[in-house]
Every structure is written in structure tokens, then in C-alpha cells.
Design a protein around this ligand. Structure first.
Ligand SMILES: NC(=O)c1ccc[n+]([C@@H]2O[C@H](COP(=O)([O-])OP(=O)(O)OC[C@H]3O[C@@H](n4cnc5c(N)ncnc54)[C@H](O)[C@@H]3O)[C@@H](O)[C@H]2O)c1
Length: 333
């Protein structure tokens, strides 16, 4: 019988059900499904406000038998509230019934981290030991958690942020959680010392210059996810092997969007989409000296994959189900 129960899942529920290892597994499987043409994912659509925007991100993964729509904002001027907040509604593809509405903020950070970890697995040098984080805000912790899951040789963390207290706090937290050497460091020095650089700022003027970047470095460019945003000098993109999560999204609002709109790079200059790399259709890193860039805009399939994992994990046994909040949308007069 088709389910007519809608679960309301809080952040605590999602946290309980989704570890970083779970998120990496779910997102990698989603990238494979996408690379092999088994995912439906229309482009995300944007509502623009004076102080931010709201994005609607639908996708269907036949492999997990569920569809979902995430609604997520980006409001960089928020002070009390986070920059990014999200809810995910999970649907039964057979009936269209909403099976769950869950907090998507933690899920967004987890699936974004997972994508960075997976990209590093295919594109960074296997012996990568030093990870630099540019922007020590909310997404940074899950990017680190994912690298610690997929890159077994990370020994040192360098943190950079215009807000020196945030960089210090991130370094302290990294050292305490993962038993790695960690410190705040000046941007150019930290990038030059790193094997993997993760950029996580909302800037619109590049802050990573080509001469900071050593041969052999892998860069996860995460922060640019809307038109006009750019963290890397375009010369880096012109010199590097660039892998995007999705060409249309990346050209519209990812790290490459400004360089594409200025005619500095074109589709032919992009090495691959991540789905092509994880399925082996296109190679990942091919030499220890190449500079690689993963341009992450965030795909709706990442959200569906993680939301489906959470839904199944929390509702698979009667005992766990009994403690969850539900709402009866069909109740009426
Ligand atoms: N690609 C994706 O899938 C994805 C997902 C979520 C968020 N994002 C983007 O990632 C970015 C970071 O998100 P967040 O939630 O961590 O935001 P946040 O506001 O919590 O953190 C951003 C950090 O960047 C720092 N910063 C700003 N300008 C800087 C500069 N010039 N130099 C160094 N540090 C600087 C800020 O001080 C802050 O600590 C945003 O642009 C967001 O839109 C992308």
C-alpha cells in the first residue's frame, strides 16, 4: 500500500542518520547514476531578493526510488541566521505523495562536503598531506570531514579567513577533532604550501592568484555558486584541468562563470563533468604535476541521494519510526 504518512524530520534527526561516510557513499553513487544517464535533474531556478536569493532544486534518482526538491537560500548579509538554510521534501515517484519534509541545512553542508571529498579522491594526488581552507565559515567543517574520509594522508590543515578569529577557531577545532597539525596562516603562503586547496568564500573578485598555486595542487572551488562570483584568478582555470559538477550550472554560476562570460574559457576547455570521472569515462588526475580544479555548484542529485539515505535509515524499522514527528496532509473537513 502506498504510504500516506509524511515525516517531519528535524536537524537532529538528519544528523543522527547521516554520517560523512554515508554522505560520501550516497553522493558518489549519485554521481555514477548521473554519469550513466539515470538521473533526472532539471536546472535549478532562482528567485532574486535585495539581500540574497532562493533556489529551487528538483531531482529524481531512479536507483534509490525517490524524488526530492530542495529549497535553499543564500543570504550573505545574515547575522543571526546562517547564510545558507534549506528544507528538502522527499516524494514517492509512484504517487507523488510527500513522504518527508526535512531540515536541509545540515544535509546541504554534508553533501557539499561529500562532493569535495569525492572530487579530491579522483583529482588530488593520493599522497596529499596538507589541506588549506580559504573561508572558515559554515561549510568548512564538512569539507574537512569529507577530506579526512577520502584522503587518508592528510596531516596538516591551514586556515585562512578575513575574520582572523574564525580562522583560528577552525584550526583549533580541526586539531582537536582529527589530531592533525593545524594553524591559521596568511593566504598566499597557505595556498603555496597546500596539496589540496578548498575555497569557501562568497567573493566576487578572485582572491587566489595563479602564482600562489604550486604544480600538483588540487583545488576544490566551492564558494562560487551564483553568477558573478569568482574565487580563482581566471589564469588558474586556463592552466588547470577543470572538472565541473554540471556544465550548465557551472557556466551559469560556478567558479568558471565569469571566465566563460568573458570568453576566456569555453566548454571545450573543460576536461569533464564529475559523473564522467567517477564512471571512468574520462580520466581523473594523470600526472603528479598537473593542477586540477573541481568547480562545485551543488547538484540536486546530491540532495536527493542524502535525503533518501536519511529517509530510509529513519523509517526502516518500526521502533525508529515511532519516535518521529508526522503530519497528516490529507486530513481535512
Ligand atoms: N558549491 C556548493 O554546493 C555550495 C553549497 C553551499 C554553499 N556554497 C557557497 O559557499 C560559500 C560559503 O558558504 P558558507 O555557508 O560557509 O558561508 P559563511 O558565511 O558561513 O562563510 C564564508 C566565510 O568566508 C569568509 N570570507 C569572506 N570574504 C573573504 C575573503 N576575501 N578572504 C577570506 N575569507 C573570506 C567569511 O569571513 C566567512 O568566514 C558561499 O558563497 C555559498 O554560497 C556553495
Amino acid at each position: 500500500m502506498a504510504s500516506t504518512v509524511t515525516y517531519l524530520l528535524t536537524r537532529a534527526d538528519v544528523q543522527k542518520a547521516l554520517s560523512m561516510a554515508d554522505a560520501v557513499r550516497a553522493v558518489e553513487a549519485a554521481f555514477v547514476a548521473y554519469g550513466e544517464g539515470r538521473a533526472q535533474m532539471p536546472p535549478k531556478s532562482y528567485l532574486r531578493f535585495e539581500r540574497g536569493d532562493l533556489r529551487c532544486m528538483p531531482a529524481y534518482l531512479a536507483d534509490v526510488g525517490l524524488a526530492a526538491v530542495k529549497n535553499v537560500n543564500v543570504h550573505p548579509l545574515n547575522e543571526e541566521l546562517p547564510t545558507v538554510m534549506a528544507t528538502v521534501t522527499v516524494f514517492d515517484p509512484d504517487t507523488g505523495f510527500p513522504l518527508a519534509i526535512m531540515d536541509g541545512t545540515y544535509l546541504t553542508a554534508m553533501r557539499t562536503g561529500a562532493a569535495g571529498g569525492i572530487a579530491a579522491k579522483y583529482l588530488a594526488r593520493r599522497d596529499s598531506a596538507v589541506a588549506c581552507f580559504v573561508g572558515a565559515g559554515r561549510q568548512a567543517a564538512t569539507q574537512l570531514a569529507a577530506l579526512m574520509t577520502t584522503m587518508p594522508n592528510i596531516r596538516k590543515v591551514l586556515a585562512c579567513d578575513v575574520d582572523a578569529d574564525r580562522a583560528e577557531a577552525f584550526a583549533r577545532g580541526s586539531a582537536a577533532t582529527y589530531n592533525v597539525e593545524a594553524s591559521a596562516a596568511p593566504l598566499a603562503d597557505a595556498v603555496s604550501a597546500a596539496d589540496i586547496v578548498t575555497t569557501l568564500t562568497p567573493v566576487r573578485e578572485p582572491l587566489i592568484m595563479k602564482d600562489y598555486v604550486r604544480p600538483g595542487t588540487h583545488i576544490n572551488a566551492i564558494g562560487a555558486d551564483a553568477p558573478g562570483k569568482q574565487e580563482l584568478e581566471s589564469a588558474i582555470l586556463q592552466a588547470a584541468k577543470v572538472v565541473v559538477d554540471n556544465w550548465e550550472q557551472a557556466a551559469h554560476g560556478g567558479e568558471i562563470n565569469v571566465a566563460v562570460s568573458q570568453g576566456l574559457i569555453a566548454r571545450d576547455d573543460i576536461h569533464a563533468e564529475i559523473g564522467e570521472v567517477v564512471t571512468g569515462k574520462r580520466p581523473g588526475r594523470q600526472s603528479p604535476d598537473e593542477i586540477t580544479v573541481f568547480d562545485s555548484t551543488g547538484l540536486a542529485i546530491q540532495d536527493v541521494a542524502c535525503a533518501a539515505h536519511v529517509y530510509r535509515r529513519l523509517t526502516s524499522d518500526a521502533h525508529a519510526r515511532a519516535s518521529l514527528q508526522t503530519v497528516d496532509f490529507l486530513a481535512g473537513d
